[in-house]
Design a protein around this ligand. Structure first.
Ligand SMILES: Nc1ncnc2c1ncn2[C@@H]1O[C@H](COP(=O)(O)OP(=O)(O)OP(=O)(O)O)[C@@H](O)[C@H]1O
Length: 644
């Protein structure tokens, strides 16, 4: 039984971790179980819903064609090799069977034993050669698969990462986007099975056609009986694939949130927060509880699988008996000669093995195709969500940024984060934005940089509406120090240039390092600018929180763009660091539009204008002295800051 919020967890493991996590008083409530997340029916559609056996079989040709197209695109020589080997494997199988029939005719025919064996030798040599050739072809097929599959997997992986990086930022907030991304991630890992499944299916199909041809040539009644014998196994494999995929579909949401939590919980950066807040027990309990829930769904599917497999195996066994009985009947009633009957036994065995492989690999291919369909659906979604803006370019120098009645709603939110802001910013001006948490300061900066586009109103850079401008061009003209910045596991140099060097030498990089007072620290690193800034990686080094923040400000100074936005840029810095940053902001100000979002009201003194925001609106604006004198919200905040 799943635990409901507010009820005590019931499993033995839950009880152990609950005790470990909360032993303060008998009244302490138990930790709540992880929230239930349902992917199905809400944001995604299970492609198996309503799909019958026939629909699944009809899907196979398109999956094979898709696989062939993809393989051809990444490795033509490998694809040709694979195809040739497949055909040769089938030819070899047919030659083996035909030669076996000829050998049998001699072995079971008239004459002395020596004469009969002698007569059979050429056919037996043919059997050996054809079997050897078949084996070599099969090895070469595996080699071709080994060449194609890594390329296909990488291609799918890169396509997914690029698609996510290229969507409009607002897409991340859309319901179901993260779940569909998780489903697509599984599609990427399944890509490695795509060629293997297709190759095995095709090779079994070709062997089956060869063996089926020989069996039919021996007696036309044998083929339908044979088909009946393997059909139940095919139905069983497809039904099992459906059950398995359904379980996967139900678990998608939970697996997504578990993966997110896992990466946070096990990242060394957050280790202190977890330990010093006594969260270790809860983290383990939470992870275990969510894993148990996922396992429970998986286990629920096991009896269904057993039922499907046992009933289809029993039916298959019954039909197989019928096959052998038919063969025996044909031989006993003299409708086929004894050597033919003996050949038929070998042919039936081969055809049966090939048929089973066809249905099993066909079901596997179908199964893989479900995951690949998820991946394709996500790539389509990402394509739909890619920026569809104009292609206007922005000049390297900007004199004016104008915001006209801009309104922005986050998806799913009732109230706008920015509710009709109009503003004009000029080159050389420093604007400070202040206001309560959640008043819309960061969202306003996102609108100004065009990271999100206004739902209503416009943002114009020197008269160019950002909705009509090429976003890459806009973002090549911006530098942003975000509130929550990433500490990239890259070398110190790339952490400043972000992989976009301005010159061949390091001079501008060192200038940025000097500007934020980090030279001494970088020179002390084992490989100076070449040091990898990731303590977890061998040879890597780590910076303190404030040093990271200085480096991130160094990035913005390095870029030298006509718009510079700093969102709480000095929140972790010591006084010297803060002083260095604001000195640099003032130095660079004449060349650009500068926006500083801050809660440190003293820092707003350097601004030419201060904007006070409340509930998405600008409620006051002016210089520091004007606003303090006006006795409004800003003056209240300044008074509060001094009242310690
Ligand atoms: N990615 C997001 N998705 C949905 N809502 C968001 C998102 N980011 C912000 N919001 C909401 O938009 C509103 C404005 O947030 P914003 O981050 O702009 O405020 P802020 O003034 O910068 O706050 P703070 O001082 O805490 O940084 C808030 O109500 C917030 O909950």
């Amino acid at each position: 039984m799943p635990n409901r919020p507010g009820t005590a967890p019931t499993s033995r493991r839950d009880q152990v971790t609950v005790t470990a996590a909360s032993t303060k008083t008998p009244d302490t409530p138990p930790p709540p179980p992880p929230a239930t997340i349902s992917f199905e029916g809400k944001f995604g559609k299970n492609p198996l819903e309503g799909a019958g056996f026939g629909a699944m079989c009809r899907r196979l040709p398109s999956v094979l064609a898709h696989t062939a197209r993809k393989a051809w695109a990444v490795d033509r020589a490998g694809s040709v090799l694979l195809l040739v080997c497949q055909v040769l494997t089938g030819v070899a199988a047919a030659v083996v069977l035909a030669s076996t029939a000829r050998a049998m005719t001699h072995v079971l025919g008239g004459g002395t034993v020596s004469e009969r064996l002698h007569g059979a030798v050429p056919a037996l040599i043919m059997v050996t050669l054809a079997a050897g050739a078949g084996r070599v072809c099969s090895l070469l097929s595996s080699y071709a698969d080994g060449r194609i599959t890594p390329l296909l997997t990488t291609e799918a992986d890169v396509a997914l990462v690029s698609a996510v990086l290229r969507v409009e930022s607002s897409a991340y907030g859309r319901d179901g986007f993260a779940d569909q991304q998780e489903a697509a991630e599984i599609g990427v890992t399944r890509t490695r099975l795509m060629v293997q499944d297709a190759q095995r299916f095709m090779s079994a199909l070709i062997r089956m056609i060869a063996a089926g041809g020989v069996v039919t040539a021996l007696h036309p009644l044998m083929l339908p009986v044979l088909l009946l014998a393997v059909l139940p196994a095919g139905v069983g494999a497809v039904l099992s694939a459906r059950v398995d995929y359904r379980t996967h579909f139900l678990n998608l949401g939970d697996r997504n949130v578990r993966a997110m939590m896992r990466s946070w919980a096990t990242h060394s950066r957050f280790g202190d927060e977890i330990r010093a807040n006594g969260m270790t027990g809860y983290q383990i309990y939470w992870y275990q509880a969510l894993s148990d829930r996922i396992d429970r769904r998986t286990l629920e599917a096991a009896p269904q699988m057993l039922r499907i497999q046992s009933s289809t195996s029993a039916l298959g066994g019954f039909f197989l008996m019928c096959t052998w009985a038919t063969l025996a009947g044909l031989a006993v009633t003299g409708r086929i000669a004894l050597p033919v009957a003996a050949t038929a036994v070998v042919a039936v065995q081969t055809a049966l093995a090939a048929l089973s492989q066809v249905v099993i690999n066909g079901a596997a291919l179908f199964h893989t195709s479900l995951y690949l369909a998820d991946m394709r659906a996500f790539l389509d979604l990402a394509r739909e969500r890619a920026p569809k803006r104009g292609e206007l370019t922005i000049p390297e120098r900007i004199d004016e940024i104008r915001i006209e009645e801009a309104v922005y709603h986050y998806p799913g939110k009732e109230d706008p984060a920015v509710a009709g802001v109009s503003l004009t910013l000029r080159r050389g001006e420093i604007l400070a934005v202040v206001g309560a948490n959640g008043s819309g300061k960061s969202t306003l900066t996102r609108l100004i940089t065009g990271i999100v586009l206004a739902d209503k109103g416009r943002v114009l850079w020197d008269g160019v509406d950002l909705a009509d401008a090429d976003p890459d061009c806009v973002w090549s003209r911006t530098s942003l120090v975000p509130q929550n910045f990433a500490c990239w596991p890259l070398r110190a140099r790339e952490n400043i240039t972000l992989g976009q060097p301005r010159t061949q030498d390091d001079e501008p990089v060192w200038d940025a390092v000097d500007a934020v007072g980090m030279r001494e620290e970088i020179e002390r690193l084992p490989r100076r600018l070449d040091t990898l800034l990731a303590r977890e990686l061998f040879g890597g080094a780590e910076l303190s929180g404030g040093q990271w923040q200085r480096l991130v400000c160094g990035r913005a100074l390095y870029r030298q763009t006509p718009l510079m936005i700093l969102d709480e840029p000095t929140s972790q810095m010591d006084a010297r660091g803060e002083h260095a940053i604001f000195t640099q902001i003032k130095r660079l100000a004449p060349r650009c539009v500068t926006i500083v979002v801050t809660h440190q009201l003293e820092n707003t003194r350097l601004a030419d204008r201060i904007l006070v925001m409340d509930k998405g609106r600008v409620v006051e604006q002016g210089t520091y002295d004007d606003l303090v004198g006006a006795g409004g919200q800003f003056a209240d905040l300044v008074a509060l800051a001094k009242d310690r």
